[in-house]
Design a protein. Sequence first.
Length: 116
Amino acid sequence: MSQRTDRLDSQIRQELMQLLQREMKDPRIGFATITRVETARDLGSAKVWVSVLGTADEQQAALKALTDAAPWLRRQLGSRLTIRHVPQLVIRHDDSIEAGDRVLRLLNEIADESQA
């Protein structure tokens, strides 16, 4: 079952990225990236982690827009994937990219201080 869900996670992620890049017209979304998808064992729901570049308000607006668009995204996935039941999409904010950026900035500051 794990290999199946891993393949499905990968397919859902790819299809959602294509939908975001090519077909979604909502200006609130801005620069959003699907970082990870985790499908439940029963294939009833899928958690979709999204990273959004921008201010906190822009991130909130983008996540709201994606949450509102989840039924449309699910219908689009239904026509693109070869599975009987498309899982419910649960949109989550992923701040791992921002955290990684913060760590890199701190490491650069430490390196600059040690050189001085």
